[in-house]
Design a protein around this ligand. Structure first.
Ligand code: ZN
Ligand code: ZN
Length: 357
């Protein structure tokens, strides 16, 4: 069943949803556009697009990329929607309260005073949590491309390289092999900066004898990847190895705990316990993981207070870390696709410590 059908099954006969956000429109129609409006009822779907996208959408639909039941309309949403409202064919209008600005909502309510506007809440986001087989394959392909980029990079690493060079090289590889764009700003940090979980790359050589943390991913066919590997530029000290192996053990514990039916906080605890038992609890400040799909950060979460029951089909990162201020940090991140009895790790590349000697 396509995503649109799943969504329409959720709507009651009197509900009409208006979807303005590009990501939710992409989810429901398979079509990417920066602008446009999707109007759906339980049995109808109209996609309003302006001239920049209309022909492209017609071509996409003829190729089966947009479900046949989506009616493509040139950009006359306010007029047509107004007529439907006036004709009494629309009563309850669901709007994206998490994404619409107050100004945009005010405008809708002003333009269509006869309609009753109600927040959509998390109904659509919850649906997006459970990925179809095709969506899981799309995230896996994006992650495979990120891993390929890392594989191509590793033999080129040396202390003469700069952080910005490493970041650019990863992005260049992903772009040249089909990625639309990096799924977020690539993090490549070395030496003492590795204690900053989201530090920015700088045009300076990698630190000899220090860690290099690379957190990166790409968007391929709409879906995002996200992974982190930490390697050592030179030989790691015993202390660095101990911290690294603790993070690795925590990462593996998180992966082992992920399965359908557990709470988000259970997986966080599985990872966090390993780090706490090793005495580094206060140096792991962020949560263990987040959902990943059309957006690189989306529901659900592996976090200390995440009460959501994790369903089969969810894709999340497992990314514990230890960050010793002013000294060094380590993070290791894979994506996992949750199944009934466990999860599938979407990464293939080694997580053992790599020393670039
Ligand atoms: Zn990441
Ligand atoms: Zn992540």
């Amino acid at each position: 069943m396509n995503n649109l059908k799943k969504w329409q099954q959720q709507l009651t006969g009197e509900e009409t949803a208006v979807v303005f956000s590009p990501v939710n429109r992409r989810y429901l129609t398979g079509f990417e556009s920066s602008d446009g409006v999707l109007v759906t009822t339980a049995d109808e779907a109209f996609l309003y697009l302006d001239s920049r996208y209309f022909e492209m959408a017609q071509i996409a639909q003829s190729r089966g990329k947009i479900p046949g039941e989506v009616v493509l309309r040139p950009f006359i949403f306010p007029k047509e929607f107004g007529e439907r409202v006036k004709a009494g064919r629309v009563s309850k209008v669901l709007f994206e309260d998490k994404r619409l600005t107050v100004e945009e909502l005010n405008k809708l309510e002003r333009n269509f005073p006869e309609a009753e506007f109600l927040p959509m809440g998390e109904r659509l986001e919850k649906l997006r949590v459970v990925k179809s087989r095709e969506e899981i394959a799309a995230v896996a392909a994006a992650q495979a491309l990120a891993e390929e980029a890392l594989g191509a990079l590793l033999p080129l690493l040396s202390p003469e390289r700069t952080e910005t060079w490493v970041a650019a090289e990863l992005e260049r590889y992903m772009k040249l092999h089909g990625a639309q764009e990096p799924s977020f700003e690539t993090i490549c940090i070395s030496g003492t900066k590795t204690s900053l979980p989201h530090g920015k790359p700088e045009d300076r050589p990698l630190t000899r004898g220090g860690f290099l943390t690379m957190d990166f991913g790409c968007r391929l066919d709409g879906y995002c990847s996200d992974m982190t590997r930490t390697v050592c530029i030179g030989a790691a000290t015993d202390e660095m190895k101990a911290v690294y192996n603790t993070v690795l053990k925590a990462q593996l514990a998180g992966v082992a705990a992920a399965k359908a039916g557990v709470l988000g906080k259970d997986v966080d605890k599985a990872s966090r316990d390993v780090i706490e038992e090793a005495g580094f609890g206060k140096y792991f400040g962020h949560s263990t993981g987040h959902g990943c799909g059309l957006e690189v950060h989306e529901a659900p979460y592996f976090a200390p207070r995440a009460e959501m029951v994790i369903p089969a089909g969810a894709i999340l990162s497992v990314e514990p870390g230890i960050y010793l201020p002013g000294r060094f940090g380590v993070r290791i991140e894979d994506l996992v696709a949750v199944t009934e009895d466990g999860c599938e790790d979407l990464n293939r590349s080694s997580k053992e410590l790599i020393e670039i000697l």
